[in-house]
Design a protein around this ligand. Structure first.
Ligand code: V47
Length: 372
């Protein structure tokens, strides 16, 4: 049975989606301009089920943010602080290793490690941090450092990005998170994050990471001052790199949270925009296997609905989240495994706990094993 398509502009796009054909820039813009969220969702769900069946993935992870000291002053961010700010913090190596252990009894399979661009912490310090984590938690996957942090460490250490990535990998980094991509449009970047590497540099760092065997995620920050064309351009640039490297695992659209940022006059995104963004991501990124509805950012309720609009992942237990909560997020900082299972089942999906590389994890009361 086919859906009743309210918006006639979507009819030719629907034919292409059914045939598994790639959507172009203009079609991407048409998707954004359409209010017909049910047809967008129907099409995105078709692609989602083709790629991932009825499964929704989640993981048991822990975020670690070793420092919030940051030399950049991005208008989009409420997390970064100057070193002299009495509210800033920087963990010692021992504190990082100890923080990793908090809540460890939930059998965490991933540490997600990102932080500010600290003017004094060196590449050697971060390599030692990673080696220490690997020594203490050898079975935990280390998903660490955004392309922005890597480029900053390279610049400060006056060594190429490739060598920086190689040294981090050698120390024990297993893969990389998707942050820092923001939106590639230079016009927008100059306003929201002018101290960061530009879009081309982000893409180039990701290319090198993938070339040396580090998979990564990718993100897009939306709902601030970008246009619909900027969003489509961003998605198409990610898709082009993926054609080349196949190194992206998951795409996570990130809704801008304005509270406590220099852009706090902007409004938050609506549930309608968040759901549309999930659907359009699934439709445009035909070569990225997974679309994550990050519950911290969308709320568990909207992330649940997203599971029928193109998303097939919810992220994980998280345990302690700072970036979005500094920017006013009202969600909890932690969801238990049981709550994630309930949310997914209620959406009619089959929950599968995964490790970072999407291998299923089987749990018993006291232990877990990764099913290869
Ligand atoms: O890079 C910062 C964004 C990102 C704000 O790879 C903001 O699995 C909204 O990348 N409002 C960090 N967004 C989060 C991130 C992420 C999250 C979950 C999973 C993964 C993954 C990656 O958050 C930053 C930036 O793009 N951000 N400040 C803000 N005020």
């Amino acid at each position: 049975m086919e859906p009743i398509i309210d918006d006639v502009r979507l009819k030719p796009i629907f034919q292409k989606v059914k045939a598994g054909e790639r959507l172009n820039f203009e079609e991407g813009v048409t998707l954004y301009r359409s209010p017909d969220i049910l047809t967008l969702g129907y099409m995105a769900n078709l692609v989602r089920e083709r790629l991932n069946g009825n499964v929704t993935y989640f993981n048991v992870n822990r975020h670690i943010n070793p420092t919030d000291v940051c030399v950049a002053s991005c208008r989009l961010c409420a997390f970064g602080k100057k070193a002299k700010d009495p509210h800033s913090y920087t963990m010692s190596l021992e504190q990082v290793w100890e923080t990793a252990g908090h809540g460890y009894n939930e059998a965490v399979t991933e540490f997600h490690i990102v932080g500010g661009l600290h003017p004094e912490l060196t590449l050697d310090w971060f390599c030692e941090m990673i080696r220490g984590l690997k020594l203490r938690y050898p079975q935990v996957h280390l998903k660490a450092f955004t392309m922005v942090e890597v480029a900053y460490l390279a610049k400060r250490g006056k060594i190429p990005v490739r060598e920086t990535l190689e040294r981090l990998k050698e120390a024990g980094v297993d893969s990389m998170p998707g942050g820092g991509a923001e939106i590639f449009s230079e016009r927008v970047r100059r306003i929201i994050c002018d101290h960061k590497i530009d879009g081309n540099e982000w893409i180039e760092a990701a290319r090198i990471a993938h070339q040396i065997g580090l998979k990564s995620n990718c993100t897009m920050l939306y709902g601030h001052i970008e246009t619909e064309e900027d969003r489509v351009d961003h998605l198409i640039r990610l898709r082009a790199l993926q054609d080349e490297t196949h190194g992206f695992v998951t795409f996570i659209p990130l809704a801008f949270h304005p509270a406590n940022t220099a852009l706090n006059h902007l409004s938050s995104t609506s549930g309608f925009d968040d759901i549309k963004q999930i659907a359009i991501s699934r439709l445009m990124l035909d070569n990225i296997p997974h679309i994550k509805a990050y519950w911290i950012m969308m709320t568990p309720s909207v992330a649940q609905i997203a599971q029928r609009f193109g998303a097939n992942d919810l992220d994980g237990t998280v345990v302690e989240e700072k970036i979005y909560h500094d920017a006013g997020a009202q969600t909890k900082q932690h969801l238990h495994r049981q709550e994630l299972l309930r949310i997914i089942r209620e959406a009619g999906r089959e929950p599968v706990e995964r490790d970072t590389t999407y291998r299923p994890v089987q749990r018993t009361e006291s232990a877990f094993t990764v099913l290869v």
